[in-house]
Design a binder for this molecule. Structure first.
Ligand SMILES: *[C@@H]1O[C@H](CO)[C@@H](O)[C@H](O)[C@H]1NC(C)=O
Length: 182
């Protein structure tokens, strides 16, 4: 139980973004064909699940770099009251049959948490879902929409929200992130 909580709380490192829900995780479809190489580089946080209004960071970015062992170096940077916060993690694809389902962790002591890519076009947006069932009674979920720029086209946002809703993900949990004055 404690370990499960630890997984859920460590999935995105710098960003506290957990949402508790009753019942099981949403049954989502992840992107079928996925090219990790095109996914690398810098992304900016546009929306994320957030139930935590304190210690809110702004200008959050994620940088993904391929390592020689095939894993991905994850480098998340955000600013809290002008102070830089950084979390470096490790990601990889546990099952080659599901190339868009990564596992990510920010501590060698933590198990890998799900980082499932629901939809990305590599050049504009990505939508990620991470959910852990707990005792089949409730779940802790996270979701993010990241963009290659600090702003995202409204038509893309609307399409991604609709897709998330179609999987039963409650998009009212999405909060717009602050990417101004960065
Ligand atoms: C997505 O990104 C590409 C390449 O940067 C750009 O040409 C295209 O207009 C973008 N699409 C949308 C819908 O913003």
């Amino acid at each position: 139980m404690l370990q499960l909580l630890f997984v859920a709380l460590s999935v995105f490192g710098v960003s506290q973004a957990q949402v508790f829900g009753l019942g099981k995780c949403a049954q989502v479809k992840t992107q079928e064909s996925f090219d990790l190489n095109r996914y690398l580089g810098t992304w900016y946080e546009i929306y994320k699940f957030n139930s935590n209004f304190e210690g809110k960071q702004k200008c959050v970015s994620a940088n993904y770099q391929l390592q020689s062992n095939g894993h991905v170096r994850v480098d998340n940077i955000g600013f809290e009251n002008g102070e830089k916060k950084e979390a470096v993690g490790d990601g990889y694809v546990p099952d080659k049959n599901y190339p868009s389902r990564l596992g990510v962790r920010f501590s060698n002591l933590a198990p890998y948490a799900k980082y499932w890519i629901l939809d990305t076009d590599y050049t504009n947006y990505t939508m990620i879902y991470s959910c852990t069932d707990i005792l089949e009674l409730f779940h802790i979920s996270y979701a993010w929409i990241l963009g290659r720029d600090r702003t995202l086209d409204e038509s893309i946002e609307n399409r991604l929200f609709a897709k998330a809703e179609s999987y039963g993900i409650d998009t009212s949990n999405f909060l717009k992130e602050d990417q101004t004055g960065c």
